[in-house]
Structures are given as structure tokens and as C-alpha cells.
Design a protein around this ligand. Sequence first.
Ligand code: GDG
Length: 507
Amino acid sequence: MRRRRAQAPGADGCARYPGVTSAPPTPREAPVTPPPPYLADFVVVANRLPVDRGDGDEEWRRSPGGLVTALEPVMRGTDGAWVGWPGKPDMQVEPFDFDGTRLVPITLTAEDVELYYEGFSNDTIWPLYHDVIAAPRYRRQWWDAYVRVNRRFAEASAHVAAEGATVWVQDYQLQLVPKMLRDQRPDLTIGYFHHIPFPAYGLYSQLPWRRQVLEGLLGADVIGFQRVADAGNFARAVRRRLRYDTKASGITVPTGDGTSRVALARAFPISIDAQSYADLARDPDVQARAKEIREGLGNPRKILLGVDRLDYTKGIRHRMKAFGELLEDEHIDSSDVTLVQVASPSRERVEAYSHLRDEIELTVGRINGTYDTVGHTAIRYLHHGYPREEMVALFLAADVMLVTALRDGMNLVAKEYVASRTDNRGVLVLSEFAGAADELGSALLINPHDIVGMKETIMRAIDMPGAEQGRRMRALRRRVFEHDVNAWSKSFLSALAKARERAGDRA
Ligand code: GDG
């Protein structure tokens, strides 16, 4: 991957791409050469840029979060461009360089944020794709905004991508971008990765725009999913709705001129930069902090931990129900066992999220009111985001990690806990409805809807002997270190490169 500032390709010197113009110098005036457009060979397109800027702040800072965490090491090794929203409505920022990557900000108006992001992305697609845990809302105005904003992302990407570049589109907010981009720039190799589940056809078919979304995704050469089951659901939706042929992972997509191309749809389970978590876990300051956390909780015999965005998909209520019943049944005692729940603030302007927060906080208040003592708390509830060092200190302090998602594309927290346990201790309780369950079979797997089963498993985790913890944790760590985020991006990008070769052979 090379960074270059070059003339837009095109034999006649004219703009090859929309919006890119190169004015010929007038004979008598000194030639005024406009700065050449920036063209990248590798472009990431995601809803958010990988940076944040506080109010009144001049400085951009790398932002935390699942996708940024996952792509940070990939971008570090390349000189490419990243197209995304800077995170605040109506923010107009010129493209700039950050840590060796060209950042191309997309302006979203307050109305775009409300309709495209909070509306269609987070109140239609998110609940529908997570098996309607909350009811999806279908609003035509939201869809119109989704189309409009996807087009804006596609145009900006077409503008920054060099001839023959590779473009990697990320996630459910941008499902129409692959086709829009291919229509404008058939020379590009286009990948798409879907970070959340893809639902069974019986649910997917509720979507009034189901055909357009499938066609949008099929603009990509490679469509990546977290689980084999997600890729299967997608292929079935394509067969049922579009009647295209699918064979193994290949989908034959008619191109309109009587020919066809093959798009690949398969699983590429995402992962984490495992080594960076292990490094933090070995840092003496982080270890001292872990000790301090335990002491601050009154040195209970066992600490249970949940770390989630405050989201209804994460099963936080189910987890608290199980924990509350264990206290009620006197299987555990708050002087002995404490649950620490980090619930980082998320999507607070979407109604389902503010309701969820109220419900959870009511539950925490009830449980603590009933079971706290002066010296010990039953649930230490933290509605904050924390720096990564603090997260790792929490992972080290926790004897049992609870990942009880009702539906989750992957769940990186499960992998982060495992990577941090350099001492080969600790127990991971993991929902079978999180993508991570496909890889982390040595965890204690649970069905979070089965409260009795979850309670039994939590007790088993609390009582698990050290030798068994070690056996399981070593197996989990092997998997997470062998399949880290570098392995993930390499395998996706090499599938994309092969797709390009195949397309070249056919041309
Ligand atoms: C989506 C999919 C998929 C959370 N709170 C804090 C914090 N985090 C970090 C975690 C983790 C990330 O955010 C969350 O990732 P998850 O995978 O757990 O969940 P989603 O945000 O829903 O992510 C998911 C993921 O995309 C990647 O494909 O796995 O299924 O839903 O890295 O550690 N980090 C810090 N402070 C916090 O307070 N520093």
C-alpha cells in the first residue's frame, strides 16, 4: 500500500472521478496549479472516523470502540485513507492526515444523524438484525435519509480511491455503499464486513427495503460475516428474494449486460490485538490497580464482571436477574461475591436505550437496597467509559467474566478478557448467542434466556478449581492469540485480493 499525491488518472488530463477537476493553465497568466487530489490505494469506509475531538478542542484523539480497536493495527501498517463521520452533527472539516492515514470527514447534518443514524441504522436495522429483541421501526423518511447518506459516503470514497484501489466498507450503516461505489467505479475492488449478525430470512423479510439492501451488499466482491450462520442466512435471503444462484460461498450476480460476476459471502470472525492486552496485563501499574480495585470492593472472595455498551442486545437485565436470584436463594452473599457492571453510555437519544437504562438502574437499586451491607455492595454499577488500562485492571481483578448477550455479532470483550489473563486464571461465562462462542468452546457456554441454567453456570464458575480454570484458559488463549486481529484482516484482504485476480482473469 502506498500513499501518493498524484494526478487523477485519465489520458486527456480531464477529471476521471466526480468532483475531481484539473483546470488547464491559461497561456498568459502564471499557471495556477491546484493541489493535486489525494488518491489512496487502500480506503476504509466506516460510519465513524477513527478519531474524536472534544468541544472547543483543537486536537484530534484516536477514539476507542469495537471497530477502531479492530482496525487500528491494520491502518498502522498502511498508508491509506479512512472515510467517515467525525462524530458531531453539522461538523465541516477538510480532509487531513492523522498518524499516517488520510482522514476524509463526511458531514452529517443534525437531521441526517436523527434519520440515518439514530433512526434507520439504530432503530430499524440494529433491532431487526439482532432477532427483534426490541421492535424495529420502519419509517420511509429514515430509509430516504439512509439512501442519501450512503450515497454521500460512496461519492467521497470514489473521489479518494486511486485507479484500481481496494476499498473496505464497514458495517450495517453502509450496506448500500458497495453497489453505489461499484456503479461509479467498476475498477475498484470492494470488500464489505458486517460486524453484527445477519438474521434468518423469516425475520429479514420484514424489511420493506429487503431487495435494495441485498443488492447494495452484493456490490462487494467479498462480503464478510462474523459467523458461518450469518453468511448462510445472507445466502438464503439472496436465493429466496433475488433468485440468484449460490454455490459454496459464491453468489452469481448478474451484471445487467448479460454477463455475471461472483461475489464471495463467508465468515471471517473478527478478533483483537491480543498482544497489546497481554502487554497491559503485565504492566506493574495495571496489576497494582487491579489489586486496588479488589481492595476498594472490600476484598470479596469472588468478583464477577460485566463490561458492555448499555445495549438491550447484551443481556444485562438477564444477568442481573440471575445474580439477584442467587442472592435471594442465599447461594451467594454480598460480603462474599460482588458483581461489577460497567455499562458504557450508548445511543442515549434512541428511546429503547433510555428505557433500558431506567430498567437496569431500577434493578440495580432494588438489588443493592436489599443485599448491600455497610461494608459491601452487591452490584457496583458504573455508567461510564474507561481508559483501556482501567479495563484491563478490571479484567485482572475479575474471577468470573459474564458475557450474556442475547445476540451479538462477535463480542470483543470476551476475547479481551482472555487475552488479559496472562496468569491463566479466571473463568469466562459466554452466551452461545455471541459469535465468539463459535471459537471459544472452552468457555462455560450458556443460554441467557435460561435463568436456571445461567445461575447454575455462574455457581460452577465461582467454584471452579484452579486446575480446571488453567486448562480452559490456556485453550482459550491459544485460540485468541492464533486468531488475532491481524490474522482477521489478513484473511479478509487476501480473500479480496483473490477475488480481484479472479475478476481479472475473466476480464
Ligand atoms: C460491534 C458488534 C462485534 C466498551 N466500553 C469501554 C470500552 N469498550 C470496548 C470494549 C470492546 C468494544 O468497546 C465493544 O466491542 P463489542 O464487540 O463488545 O461490542 P459492540 O460495541 O456492540 O461492537 C460486536 C464488534 O462490533 C466488532 O466487530 O464484536 O458483536 O456488536 O473493545 O473493550 N473500551 C474502553 N472503555 C470503555 O468504557 N476503553
